[in-house]
Design a binder for this molecule. Structure first.
Ligand code: MN
Length: 338
């Protein structure tokens, strides 16, 4: 990790903290963001008046809920009306241009691993300390590095949170992750509570989802190429569809699965494949003309308005028919898939 580059600036930033200041750490809550915010709060401990972790999104995924509860992460819902009660703002695992809710907030610290802003985004003010490392798999890796350099030994809950952040964002190193992420992982493993980590990892389903799983199992229809189509009716959000789709990836001999449901007035179809065929391209081929659709080799997603379904056709039949008949579109020059 290009240590010298940001460590000195960060140490300088930390030394300049004021005891009377109330800080707000803003996140779009996911495991990496939650862990990074918890670590930054630890780093700021006793140097400022208070540090509040504020999320701009609703947390619904069961593993995220389990993480917040069992690791006691003090995260609250952001209320723009309370902005006045803070003296300073920091943002972790996101950048100000990522979400409208971050707009207009004068961030003095940005820590992230997403790509650098495109050129049409106005640059951050010169006084903002920005530590952005797109080459890293997780923001948790940056925070782990900072803890290490500041010789702060993480509690087992903090180490567990950071491990889960790295694990989630790198897909347990299947989706990438650099040697720095791996080194952070090794260091954190010495402090973490592996039983607690396992409990969070395994929190995949919510109790109230079980009747919907029963519905999903009854709805299975075979599709071409060793795939199946699973349909649900109205669901609160797409998390359940993702959970059902992920469940089916554990089935022997299943090549791909598409799981559909209606969220508000939008039909959502979640695709999962074993990598044999490009499932993102299948999603695109089936639904590009009615909404947004795409993905990559093993993951895909399509969304389109309920109005796109002809009145005399049920949404499930509409989706099924397209899954059965749509041909893959001709690969374009920029298409990476073979
Ligand atoms: Mn992240």
């Amino acid at each position: 990790m290009a240590a010298g580059e940001y460590v000195n600036r960060f140490k300088h930033w930390r030394a300049g903290l004021h005891k009377a200041d109330r800080w707000c750490l803003m996140i779009c809550a996911d495991p990496d963001a939650l862990a990074s915010a918890l670590a930054l709060k630890r780093i700021m401990l006793n140097r400022v008046h208070s540090v509040d972790i504020m999320r701009i999104n609703e947390v619904t995924r069961p593993d995220n809920l389990c993480m917040i509860r069992d690791l006691r992460i003090p995260v609250k819902a952001w209320d723009p009306e309370k902005a006045q009660t803070f003296d300073h703002f920091a943002i972790v695992d996101s950048q100000p241009h990522h979400n409208k809710l971050f707009e207009g907030i004068p961030f003095s610290l940005v820590i992230d691993h997403h790509p650098l802003p495109p050129e049409d985004v106005p640059p951050l003010p010169a006084e903002t300390l920005s530590i952005i490392h797109p080459e890293l798999g997780a923001s948790s890796t940056i925070l782990t590095h900072l803890l290490n350099l500041l010789r702060i030994r993480p509690t087992s809950r903090l180490a567990t949170a950071l491990l889960y952040g790295i694990r989630t964002d790198t897909g347990t190193f299947e989706r990438g992750g650099s040697d720095k992420d791996l080194r952070a992982w090794q260091w954190l493993s010495r402090f973490a509570d592996i039983n607690l980590l396992r409990r969070i990892v395994r929190s995949e389903y919510r109790r109230e989802w079980l009747p919907l799983f029963a519905q999903a199992f009854r709805s299975i229809r075979d599709c071409r190429g060793g795939g199946v189509y699973v349909s649900l009716q109205h669901v609160k959000n797409a998390d359940l569809l993702v959970a059902v789709a992920d469940f089916f990836t554990k089935m022997q001999d299943l090549r791909w699965v598409a799981v559909s449901g209606v969220v508000d007035k939008t039909v959502v179809v979640i695709f999962r494949g074993d990598g044999g065929r490009d499932i993102g391209r299948l999603a695109d081929a089936c639904f590009h003309d009615v909404g947004t659709a795409g993905g990559h080799r093993m993951l895909g997603r399509a969304e389109f308005p309920l109005e796109a379904v002809p009145e005399d056709v049920k949404p499930v039949d509409f989706v099924h028919q397209r899954l059965q008949t749509r041909k893959l579109r001709q690969a374009t020059a920029c298409d990476k898939s073979s």
